[in-house]
Design a protein around this ligand. Sequence first.
Ligand code: ADP
Ligand code: MG
Ligand code: MG
Length: 873
Amino acid sequence: MDKKWVYLFDEGNASMKSLLGGKGANLSEMNSIGLPVPPGMTVTTEACLAFYENNKEMSEEMVVQIHNNLRVIEEKIGKKFGDSENPLLVSVRSGAAVSMPGMMDTILNLGLNDEAVVGMAKNTENPRFAYDSYRRFIQMFSDVVLSVPKYLFEKPLEDIKISNNYTSDTEITADQLIDLVNSYKKIYLKEVGESFPQDPFVQLKMAIEAVFRSWNNARAITYRNIHGLSHKMGTAVTVQSMVFGNMGNDCGTGVAFSRNPATGEKRLFGEFLMNAQGEDVVAGIRTPLNIEELGQVMPSVFQQFVEITNKLENHYKDMQDIEFTIEKSQLYILQTRTGKRTAEAALRSAVEMVEEGLISQEEAIMRIQPSTLDQLLHPTFDSKTMDAVKELTKGLPASPGAATGKVYFTAKEAVVATKNGESVILVRKETSPEDIEGMNVAKGILTARGGMTSHAAVVARGMGKCCVAGCDEVKVDEENRQFSIRGEVFEEGSEISLDGSTGKVYRGVIKTMEPNLSGNFGKLMAWADKIRNLDIRTNADTPKDASTAVRFGAEGIGLCRTEHMFFDEKRIPVVRRMILSDSVEKRQTTLEELLVFQKEDFKAIYRVLKDKPVTVRLLDPPLHEFLPTEEEDILKLAEQMKVSVSTLKEVISDLHEFNPMLGHRGCRLAITYPEIAVMQTRAIMEAAVEVSQEDQLSIIPEIMIPLVGITKEFAYLKKIVVSTVEQIFDEKQHSLEYLVGTMMEVPRATLIADQIAEISEFFSFGTNDLTQMGFGFSRDDSGKFISEYMDKEILPSDPFQTIDQEGIGKLVEMGVKLGRSTKPNLKIGVCGEHGGDPMSIEFFNNVGLDYVSCSPYRVPIARLAAAQAVLKK
Ligand code: ADP
Ligand code: MG
Ligand code: MG
């Protein structure tokens, strides 16, 4: 038997999207549930692929099947293709499995020719309408099928209007339209070299082949590349009998959503126009009316439409986006699809649909894309004011949210300006730990360099602060306190706005709105919490971040970076003195000072977390990061520290490393300066004991040793930590439970995880460094080439954002397996940036981790993603 290339609407259903395209499959489905759908057929995506294999020509077999099915449609509605009495007209519509703007435009009124137009004029008793349809069809067909430029057709139309002093198309008479059709046919002949096809079957074949060809036009290919869609799916073509919304005042056309796509409110949302056809509603020539006004214009049609939208929602169990046409008071449904919606609408509609009994909690959880929750947690721009502002440039959407304020170029000035009550946008080439104070006070951060894991991006995300990073077009001139974008200069104090969710930079002030964590948000999160297996912790270094995270549902701290506490204005001089100490004794004294600070920090954090676990990492960065680099700052520091400039420079050059990321840092520091580890252990444990006693809380500190690659590194430091703790317990006459564990971030550690697990009480995968060292990509510089790697399909995604499952993921899996082979109950988590990335979370769930830890604002995302990971499994 011949292959089936064509399906009547009666023969398909919604599950056949890959064969019939989304549009065709849904038209079949609506037809089968008894909705008023004009009859039609769909030529399959397989036919499209076969067309390409057959030298871009339809086979005889396909053409025959199309004809035969057309006969069936003719019978059904009692009209004939090309008939001079009662002609059948059709629309030719493209539709791939995934909705894809950029492909062919729809052709309406196909089937008109010199004879059919006479029939149509007679039938409708409206020659003007018939000839207007014909001339539009010739223009549309020429444009869409044969790429004849539209303006060629606009000229004769304009000429008629000018010579008759008409102001609108509607003044053109039927006779003039007949002339116009003749001119159009002449244009066609001249441009195409053949006369306009009179045989409707020829028109149809040409139109279908044009849709097939449009699958591979430049716009469509670009669209698929951007959205990572396969080029091998092909498009289907739907051929459907026309209904006319433009035959008089009892006709119309419109588009409506079953719920509000911006807010999610369960209430029809849409527009319509009376006496209009096709895309008139979206074309903006006339102002459409609100869908609810249809209730006044045509009450019974509106009632029927409301019932249909309810039926469609109940049937598809989701918000629908519906196209309809009314012909002589008869309602026809021409399309339905899942409605695109904002994050807010997605959340509200999903929760309400559960409450209405339409979907289950699990379905609601699967319906929300975790990353979109971000939009609900940060300030956003008031969309009403967005049209008035000008977009200046675009960088990476490094940390979501919206910020508006005045530009300052240094942390110091940012602090001063904030004290003066200004909203500050900190603009820098790139940020470094010295900028922390400025970043902390700024409303938003804009950097010219750096990727999604640059210092600015990571710190801003941690702070929940809006950040646009790696904005190439921004040329920062710190010296002259200005930056420029394509030559336009912005002085200090200029007003700009940043959208960290899109990476866009705007000129001027835009009104922002605070997030509203309404009841729906809490409900969805509670459903997700019941389902997930992974615990969600947070990376937080300050009581403020910690309490934000707890508010968002964090179940502990997975990474508290102690060094961030060192950059505080009051502490950095002490840290610097510690580094400049030329004897262990001097170092001890400064460490005593730091101990006081750190202990207070930890106590405050414990009080926020109460009985939830807190993992504190011992000092990690290389010491040079705490010293200045600029000559001016070095001179100032020498004076403050009362050391000679040359001594200070000597220290700085001693600390200089060619490759600091692979240098004297992490546990290597603690091994050479054990007194630092002792001080930090003291701060962590004394604070824990004191808070346990003072607040009757059972604090369980987890001391984490970074950058371990050799078992003996860990053994050496664990011994120091344990003996310090025992001493504290002795002194305080109070003991408590605590853990000493290691980070898994040096690839070697994952290879000997079984050995390390024998003495380590937990593992925390530092997947940032593991990725850096596993790939040999510097995470500070890789932004320069990773996007090209993705363009050239060498990497599917940025491995610093989504864990590289096949490589780095294998290291994680191996570490887990080896670790648990010697310690079956070993607690294992992740504290890299990947801990907040939904795809990576799914992987971590599947390899059996106990928890992921992420920045506070990603906690809700991780909660949802962890639940989805369970449901997907
Ligand atoms: P798109 O994929 O761009 O939405 P469609 O194929 O849905 O394109 O067609 C665009 C518009 O053309 C529809 O919204 C509808 O108004 C009109 N249209 C399509 N088919 C018909 C038809 N059979 N009768 C009347 N109007 C139609
Ligand atoms: Mg449509
Ligand atoms: Mg690290």
